[in-house]
Structures are given as structure tokens and as C-alpha cells.
Design a protein around this ligand. Structure first.
Ligand code: AMP
Length: 269
């Protein structure tokens, strides 16, 4: 596996790049993105960069889990062809990207500027690497939609693929942030997906508000601080309307200091 740290590296010598951007502390969710990339018979590039531009809380940034040596071993095993480990110089003279209005809801509401930071680094990485396909997790659903729409406008030859959320056996969405939870919190955290799944199972447009309220109450009683639990049109992230075919039910909660997100798609409405 090639290791590259310089943003001046000539990526164009590799044809048909499949790209997986990450912030490291890799888990099975990241590795599944790499598996999908490998299926495309491309040259697989994974980046690891903890992007300060997308953190609006200095503590969150400082505490973000790091495990670079293990990450590199995992990438070797996964068959990654090149790992890009840019240093902070990647941020020099970076073009700041302003995310569309879709960034002002859900996670963007409580993390102002977060998606500007995400798009700014993703735009830079796409420009440096010039991939043919890029893979993003549907766990970060709002991020996926914003990047897909941004790429559609600015990188018209680039295909953006959304990869379903990888979960542990109890249903908890895998996340680097899970490493910051105690054993007790980790087991409690599986209730997030349980509540989403209950809403999906009983879903109808007539009762979804009630179901969402019950889920919020249940989670609050268990000790979660619910930031939001919303349902929206999965393609536009607008309010559900008569042309909606798929709904996304999205949630963000705090367990202590740790912010966890998840979502579930409902197709039949
Ligand atoms: P991160 O390192 O958290 O920035 O994540 C890098 C990529 O991995 C993003 O596209 C995430 O959406 C994706 N990802 C993170 N966790 C999961 C998961 N549990 N399942 C699927 N994709 C994930």
C-alpha cells in the first residue's frame, strides 16, 4: 500500500480512482465502504484527516479518537491501494464552500458551519485526487445528500455512492465516537436504533408524530438528551409531501457529552 502525505502528490498517474474519505479510527463501517470500492475494480484511495473545519466544539475535536497505526494495518488487510494522510497544509489557501440551505436543518441546526467545513475539505480532496467514484456512509445521511448534490453541480463526472449503515449485533450504528462511551453507555446506545425501528414498523403518516414523541420520551427516560428526531422526504430533505416516495427518519442524541446520530428509511408510505 502506498502512503502519501503531500497534497502535491500526482494522483493522476493512477487511473479510475475509487475514493473513501475518512477521519480515521477505522471500524467495520469504514471497511465496508472500502469493500464496496474494491468491487468496482478501481484503484482504491482512502484518506485519513481529522478535519478541524467541521468541528464547532474544540473539545470534540481534541477528544476525537485516533488510532493511525491500527488504521494503516486495517487498510493493508482491506486491500486499500493508497492511503492519503495529509497534514494541516492541505488547509492552506483552501476555497471555503458554503453548503446549501439543506445544511440548516437536522445536524446543521445544532452544528452551525459543520457542513460548510465538510464540503470545504471534500471539495479540496476531490480536486487533489480526482476520483471516478467516491463512497460515503448513509449513517451520515444529511452529509451524503449535501455531498451528492454538490458533486452533481461541481464534479459532473464523479459518481457518489451511498453505503448502508453498518451496525453492531445490538443494532447500534458503528461510529468512531462509540469508543468514547463507557460499557454501560454503549449498551444503552442500542436503544437509539430500537426506537427508530419501532417507528418504522408502526409507521403511517397519521401516527408518525405520536410515534416520534413516544420515542423521544423513551430515550429521555433512559438518560439520552434528544437533539432532534425528525422525518423528511429522503431525496429532498424537505417536509414530506404528496410526491414523497421515501421518508428518512433521522435522530441525533447526546449520551453524556457524546453526540450520536442514526437514521432509518421508510419506503412504503
Ligand atoms: P468518518 O471517519 O466518521 O468521517 O466517516 C468516514 C465515512 O465512513 C463517512 O462517509 C461515514 O458516513 C462512513 N461511516 C461511518 N460510520 C459508518 C457506518 N456505521 N456505516 C456506514 N458508513 C459509515
Amino acid at each position: 500500500m502506498i502512503q502519501v502525505t503531500s497534497s502535491d502528490y500526482n494522483f493522476s498517474k493512477h487511473r479510475d480512482i475509487a475514493f473513501v474519505p475518512t477521519m480515521g479510527n477505522l471500524h467495520e463501517g469504514h471497511l465496508n465502504l472500502i469493500k464496496e470500492a474494491k468491487l468496482r475494480s478501481c484503484f482504491v484511495v482512502v484518506s485519513i484527516f481529522i478535519n478541524p473545519l467541521q468541528f464547532n466544539d474544540a473539545n470534540d475535536l481534541n477528544n476525537y479518537p485516533k488510532s493511525i497505526d491500527t488504521d494503516i494495518k486495517l487498510l493493508e488487510i482491506a486491500g486499500c491501494d493508497l492511503v492519503f494522510l495529509p497534514d494541516e497544509s492541505i488547509l492552506h489557501d483552501i476555497d471555503s464552500i458554503k453548503a446549501s440551505d439543506q445544511s440548516n436543518i437536522l445536524c446543521g441546526k445544532s452544528r452551525p458551519g459543520h457542513f460548510d467545513g465538510v464540503l470545504t475539505i471534500v471539495n479540496r480532496l476531490f480536486n487533489i485526487i480526482n476520483p471516478k467514484i467516491a463512497f460515503f456512509g448513509l449513517k451520515d445521511y444529511q452529509q451524503f445528500i449535501l455531498i451528492k448534490n454538490y458533486a452533481f453541480e461541481h464534479f459532473s463526472d464523479l459518481l457518489i455512492i451511498g453505503v448502508p449503515t453498518s451496525r453492531n449485533i445490538a443494532g447500534l450504528a458503528l461510529s468512531s465516537r462509540n469508543n468514547l462511551l463507557s460499557a454501560e453507555e454503549l449498551s444503552l446506545a442500542s436503544n437509539i436504533y430500537k426506537e427508530l425501528y419501532k417507528i418504522k414498523t408502526n409507521f403511517s403518516l397519521n401516527n408518525v408524530d405520536l410515534l416520534a414523541n413516544v420515542a423521544k420520551q423513551n430515550l429521555t427516560m433512559l438518560g439520552f438528551n434528544v437533539d432532534y428526531l425528525d422525518y423528511l422526504d429522503a431525496f429532498t430533505l424537505n417536509e414530506v409531501n404528496s410526491s414523497t416516495s421515501t421518508i428518512i427518519i433521522a435522530i441525533a442524541v447526546y449520551l453524556g457529552e457524546i453526540r450520536l446520530i442514526d437514521n432509518i428509511l421508510v419506503n412504503e408510505i
